[in-house]
Design a protein around this ligand. Structure first.
Ligand code: F6P
Ligand code: MN
Length: 320
């Protein structure tokens, strides 16, 4: 079995990207450790603060954000950082080659029930000049690498550097990420979907009609029965889709008219879309390919429909 270090050497990843990926994995091991200690370390529960998106921050959101911010700022390859938990971009090293966007602890409401959470990251090339939000506003197609670390029964890293998708499992004895899945391919067809059904009445007609047909199963136009799963952490739901196929969606809804979309483009939708496309799946908003969106704001939100490509296409037909 290959270690992560051996894998990167074999993939001929540039020395600077190699350095950055090691910084990210080193920090994720420390996060894994903090998450595992849970109540023993007094890190569960909420703080009294809200993030820029008006969500109450969990203690672990703040702790993991600080861990990543500190280690990334010390990495000479990093020019700037954008995080779900930071209002604005954070400048790191003027000559850094990369911009790193991250969700330090996706699904953090799962923390208090000891369920799946993870760190999602996206790496973009930096541009010359001063670090501003503008630097980050590049389509997801520009990502140099993207991935996530899932803190579950085992801690797993899923990574793409634009050359396929690879999964690594953290060995508790050696504390090394070991390559356990190479060239992950998502089956084109599926009988499984993931969506928060409690929002059904707030969806657009296209999504309502599509899900209605899935629920009709073999008595409806789809002619087969579907199963449903919802982990409530995108990182867990996407990991299942990459592992055995499926369709995952957080679609447009009118529950809160001021917030028609839930998932964030820069550090949730884009990195996951790159992994999904690299595994031969598809990722769309319903009307636009996620990786082609020209961002206008670092914390912007988008509708997401991703997964097995034939099933995403089936869903897109309802969107016209
Ligand atoms: O980061 C947002 C997020 O927590 C995702 O990880 C997850 O897919 C979704 O929100 C869960 O939303 P809800 O609470 O509506 O089920
Ligand atoms: Mn998240």
């Amino acid at each position: 079995m290959q270690t992560f270090t051996q894998f990167l050497a074999e993939m001929s990843v540039s020395p600077s990207l190699n350095q950055l990926l090691h910084t990210l994995t080193k920090t994720s091991k420390e996060i894994s450790h903090a998450v595992q200690h849970g109540a023993l370390a007094g890190v569960l529960g909420a703080t009294e603060q809200e993030n820029v998106q008006g969500e109450t921050q969990k203690k672990l959101d703040v702790i993991t954000n600080d861990m990543l911010k500190t280690t990334l700022a010390e990495d000479s390859t990093v020019k700037g950082i954008a995080s779900e938990e930071e209002d604005d971009v954070v400048a790191a090293n003027t000559d850094g080659e990369f911009l790193v966007s991250f969700d330090p602890l996706d699904g953090s409401s799962n923390i208090d029930i000891n369920s799946l959470v993870g760190t999602i990251f996206s790496i973009l090339p930096a541009k010359d000049g001063e670090l501003t939000q503008q630097q980050f506003l590049q389509p997801g197609r520009n990502q140099v690498a993207a991935g996530y670390v899932l803190y579950g029964p085992s801690t797993m890293l899923t990574l793409t550097t634009g050359n396929g998708v690879f999964m690594f499992t953290l060995c508790p004895e050696s504390n090394e990420f070991m390559l356990t899945e190479s060239n992950v391919i998502i089956p084109a067809d599926t009988k499984e979907f993931a969506i928060n059904m409690s929002n059904q009445r707030f969806w657009q007609p296209a999504m309502q009609n599509y899900i209605d047909d899935l629920l009709k199963g073999d008595t409806g136009v789809r002619g087969k029965n579907f199963n449903m799963r919802w982990i409530a952490a995108m990182v867990g739901d996407v990991h299942r889709v990459l592992s055995r196929g499926g369709l995952f969606s957080y679609p447009t809804d009118t529950k809160n008219p001021a917030k028609p979309f839930k998932l964030r483009l820069m550090y949730e939708a884009n990195p996951m879309a790159l992994l999904i496309e690299q595994a031969q799946g598809k990722a769309s908003t319903g009307y636009e390919t996620i990786l082609d969106i020209e961002p206008t704001e670092i914390h912007q939100r988008v509708a997401v429909i991703l997964g097995s490509r034939n099933e995403v296409d089936a869903c897109l037909k309802y969107h016209g």
